[in-house]
Ligand binder design. Structure first.
Ligand SMILES: Cc1cc2nc3c(=O)[nH]c(=O)nc-3n(C[C@H](O)[C@H](O)[C@H](O)COP(=O)(O)OP(=O)(O)OC[C@H]3O[C@@H](n4cnc5c(N)ncnc54)[C@H](O)[C@@H]3O)c2cc1C
Length: 543
């Protein structure tokens, strides 16, 4: 009897049935999603009615200022703060940015911008910040597992040839963003550490900060944007910060070596930890090892070097092995950074607004943080454009509540994907998690609509929760189908049920923390319909 023939037939049958179910589910989601997108876009395409204020004087002395000389204070000139300063400055706002350290940041974070983020940079007129920083194009990733490969190629056929992922030294990029913001005459950028927000009767009026010389200063503005990053000290009164630290990235710089597939990032999915390699300049490759928080060895007593040499190096791709060992031995070359996850949970506070990592964080494994931050900057810029007057803090606060729903397509898709994939990619000792990892890897290897769809989400080009639901459902069906082959037995059925249970227990808490309603049914959220103050409110029975 030819079992392989029957096996292949059964395989095709299951995949076929699964395909039909998934397509039906997909149609429902896509129909709903197109409705949301249609309404969402028409809402945002308001005419930009704000004229540049005639008087754009900005005090650069850093002394105490009266209300009125600055429209907007921005705390922190990282990716979010600098991009926001530029875009609001471009719209004619008088912006004052207070940044703790104006030197180029030296961090192992924020070195890969996915294509969706590149498109956002273009929309902000900031794409030239990637010029002359020795940035490298990144067309996708190759995943390696058990001697097999699966590729995530960014689907960029419909875009201009320069649209791509980019990798670079974070500090060089941020310095360019800051320079670009400071080039506007109505944007002032000064060094200072903001110590607290000035709050009067529940409204934020400005900030207290220490300037470069340590002197305590005060600055006032109609609106204060807090963009002080993942270690934010100021977020406490503006949101409900439930921060989880599932793992640490251990970063090294490798030199004198090449990635196996040109500029494609290499992602090794092996025990004890996933390892990521990508170029950060024409001569350097960044290696990131994702180590669970509870297992993090110490750098100072040499435990980390030992761990990297004995546990991680044997799993490194052969062409990178020598450079990896050399990088471990180079003094001061091993650095760590906590990976924080924090769902967006704002406390609406008149006069103040949180964005960037201070407001919302996801696992860094898919490199989506800067894309979410840039996407939020564009939304805020567009929401603020019709407003001449920012002085009525309560009304503006109410109006800007729509931001939290409008940002969901991009933020919830990137956040959920990143958080789920990190769990799946890092846990291999549990058999059910291991079969989830196999499922995900196998799904990508199917190619076609499956791999393309997932790649589009990973690249930030398809910010649709409905696509996420579609692909997670398809993956579950594919995974269970694989477990039931060549024919269902009680044990296989049990394993299939376990896979579904584990997949749900990984996925649903993240969807829950994003907010099911905001993520999948934004049209039912009253705040979605907010219109600019002073304009006639669209009738809305939900409000
Ligand atoms: C290890 C790691 C790797 C990552 N890799 C990627 C990646 O490859 N791709 C990607 O897109 N994202 C990545 N991210 C996420 C990305 O770095 C962030 O999403 C992004 O930098 C957020 O920008 P931000 O402006 O909110 O914060 P930041 O870029 O951190 O900027 C905050 C700024 O505020 C300043 N500041 C802080 N406190 C004060 C204060 N009190 N007063 C004045 N100024 C202050 C800081 O000096 C800093 O300049 C990674 C994150 C981590 C942790």
């Amino acid at each position: 009897m030819d079992y392989s023939f029957h096996y292949a037939m059964a395989n095709h049958y299951i995949v076929g049935v699964a395909g039909v179910i998934v397509s039906l589910l997909g149609l429902v989601f896509l129909y709903y999603n197109s409705l949301v997108r249609f309404r969402g876009l028409s809402k945002l395409k308001r005419p930009a009615s704000m004229d540049a204020p005639k008087e754009n004087y900005v005090n650069r002395n850093g002394n105490c200022e009266a209300v009125g000389t600055t429209d907007i204070i921005i705390v922190g000139a990282g990716v979010a703060g600098a991009a926001l300063a530029y875009s609001l400055g471009k719209d004619g706002r008088r912006v004052r940015v207070i940044e703790r350290d104006l030197n180029a940041p030296d961090r192992i974070a924020g070195e890969a911008l996915i294509p969706g983020g590149y498109l956002k940079l273009m929309e902000l007129g900031l794409e030239d910040c990637l010029d002359e920083i020795d940035a490298v194009r990144m067309p996708g990733y190759i995943l390696y597992k058990d001697g097999k490969e699966a590729s995530v190629i960014f689907p960029l056929e419909k875009f201009q040839p320069h649209v791509d992922g980019r990798t670079f030294r974070h500090g060089r990029f941020v310095r360019k963003l800051r320079n670009k913001a400071a080039s506007l005459h109505n944007v002032s950028l000064e060094q200072g550490t903001v110590t607290s927000l000035i709050e009067e009767n529940g409204t934020v009026k400005g900030v207290h900060y220490k300037d470069k010389s340590g002197q305590l200063m005060t600055a006032y503005a109609s609106l204060t944007f807090v963009c002080d990053g993942c270690f934010s000290n100021l977020r406490r009164s503006l949101c409900n910060p439930k921060v989880d630290i599932p793992s640490y990235f251990v970063g090294l710089v490798l030199t004198n070596c090449k990635l196996p597939n040109e500029n494609y990032a290499a992602f090794v999915l092996e025990e004890p930890a996933p390892i990521l390699f990508y170029r950060i300049s024409s001569t350097e490759i960044r290696c990131m090892v994702d180590i669970p928080s509870q297992n993090l060895p110490s750098i100072s007593d040499g435990e980390m070097s030992h761990y990297l040499k004995t546990q991680v190096a044997p799993k490194v791709l052969p062409e990178l092995y020598t450079a990896f060992i050399a990088a471990i031995e180079k003094k001061g070359n091993i650095r760590t950074m906590p990976i924080k996850i924090m769902a967006a949970a704002p406390h609406l506070t008149p006069g103040a607004f949180l964005i960037g990592d201070a407001f919302n964080m996801r696992h860094a494994i898919t490199g989506g943080g800067m894309t979410v931050a840039l996407s939020d900057v564009i939304l805020l810029r567009d929401l603020l454009r019709p407003l001449h007057d920012l002085s009525d803090a309560s009304t503006i606060c109410k109006y800007l509540e729509s931001f939290y729903t409008l940002r969901k397509p991009m933020s919830s898709t990137i956040n959920t994907l990143a958080n789920v994939l990190q769990k799946v990619f890092s846990a291999t000792s549990d058999p059910a998690m291991n079969s989830m990892q196999q499922t995900c890897f196998g799904y990508l290897r199917l190619g076609g609509v499956f791999a393309n769809g997932l790649s589009a989400m990973l690249s930030g080009l398809c910010p649709r929760p409905s696509s996420l639901a579609f692909h997670f459902s398809a993956m579950a069906i594919y995974g269970v189908g694989q477990l039931l082959l060549p024919f269902p037995t009680p044990k296989r059925l049990w394993n299939g049920a376990k896979l579904l249970w584990v997949a749900s227990s990984v996925l649903f808490p993240f969807i829950w923390s994003e907010g099911v309603r905001q993520m999948f049914f934004p049209l039912t959220v009253p705040a979605y319909y907010r219109t600019p103050p002073g304009k006639s409110m669209r009738r809305n029975s939900l409000d």
